[in-house]
Design a protein around this ligand. Sequence first.
Ligand SMILES: C[S@@+](CC[C@H](N)C(=O)[O-])C[C@H]1O[C@@H](n2cnc3c(N)ncnc32)[C@H](O)[C@@H]1O
Length: 506
Amino acid sequence: MAEASRILQTTLISTFTQSPYQKHKTFAYPSSQKLIKRVTTRCLATTTDEETKKRASGGFENITWGCEMDSPENASGLQKWLYSSGLPAQKMGIEKVEVGERGLVALTNIRRGEKLLFVPPSLFITADSEWSCPEVGDILKRENVPDWPLLATYLISEASLKDSSRWINYISALPRQPYSLLYWTPSELDRYLEASQIRERAIERINGVTGTYNDLRRRIFSKYPNLFPEAVYNMETFKWSFGILFSRLVRLPSMDGRVALVPWADMLNHSCEVETFLDYDRSSQGVVFTTDRPYQPGEQVFISYGKKSNGDLLLSYGFVPREGTNPTDSVELSFSLKKSDKCYKEKLEALKKHGLSTPQCFPLQITGWPLELMAYAYLAVSPPSLNKQFEEMAAAASNKTKKKDLRYPELEEQALQYILDSCESSISKYSKFLQASGSMDLDVTSPKQLSRKLFLKQLAVDLSTSERRILYRAQYILRRRLRDIRSGELKALKLFDGFRNFFKSD
Ligand SMILES: C[S@@+](CC[C@H](N)C(=O)[O-])C[C@H]1O[C@@H](n2cnc3c(N)ncnc32)[C@H](O)[C@@H]1O
């Protein structure tokens, strides 16, 4: 969980733009159609009459897997199955909890520094897991489908096989609708996240998932319709499986960064106040974490999903931590070059050369802003006479150079004012949204819709409040620095005038 979004950036997003299958454009069709017939009968043997009917009518949007997060039966079924499948005795049990609906709770006293879990590799789902329908897995592997789309397809394949899959108990205990932003409609994103850059990130991610699904469908699923019926492999089911991956996949540093779904371990909820991560432990040969505090029986045990901002947590996991509790919170702020800038073209070229653009986002934290942002601001406010420095400024604004701490005292005031302007314009967007949210018409037609909209609105209000808080802090620091610079200039001016008058009176 700790690194899910980064992994997606590196292994999945790239596949949307430069197709992952380019190297293997020509499909190795099975030599005989008979093979497809044989495997189809076997792989879809467990499909129910109801599903067959649904498929025939094209009504596949109703297929759902998993359960409501507050359903205790599925969780206890999972626990029983895990114990019978090699999970050693645990000091924690799955229970309903205040934070995260279901979570792992201490059953006995747990000491600080104790290793817990010990989930053996036979219970992980990885890109190498055995497929209950091996023919489906073989096709995906032959086409070199990367880990994320492969795992998303694996989950769907196993879920569709129901009792014939060894993962039935795990899948039945997964949330029916993971709480990630993948499930927000475009109008919900526009309405509730209008002030935050997370809206753009969510749109990018949704487009990424849609692109991956379309790519798989075009290159693989449409060529083997019997193995990949659209009733099972469709946009809705991919949204579900990617939602599960975003909120539960773990990167295991001690297994060369391999990604895995780790049943049981993925019942642990996140706390910004703990600093302990899941990893593979060679000595015990299982996934563990080491507690960084003691727990008493009945207390919920937490891990960290990584040093993420509230926006990142909302994006992948669908929750926002309580205000002020996330020390690694940050807000993305967008900066642009002025189109009216005489050197617009030259500056843009310098930025492009270093992989940057206009607008460009930088993260602000409660403790300050990155040196790269200051370099970008210097570039944005530089006069034409400094054109020889554009290159150096753009390089420092990217994170590709060691020399980041540029000093241009003559530009400092303008650069700080430039950052302050962007900060204040963003604050006013947040304030407008937060003010309007009190009287927002939710436009609903049923109680279920109402509770969903209220839930989303609350998440958006929490996110906007925490992001605006960081911006207020930045605004305060910027205003103070500008005041100091200006009062320093004023003092120097007064001193100069004093000298002038002194010499005059002579
Ligand atoms: C890896 S799962 C953890 C187990 C999950 N609670 C369950 O019942 O399946 C991650 C999901 O748990 C929930 N979650 C985790 N930490 C949370 C927190 N601090 N506050 C609210 N929800 C949390 C979110 O729904 C998130 O998508």
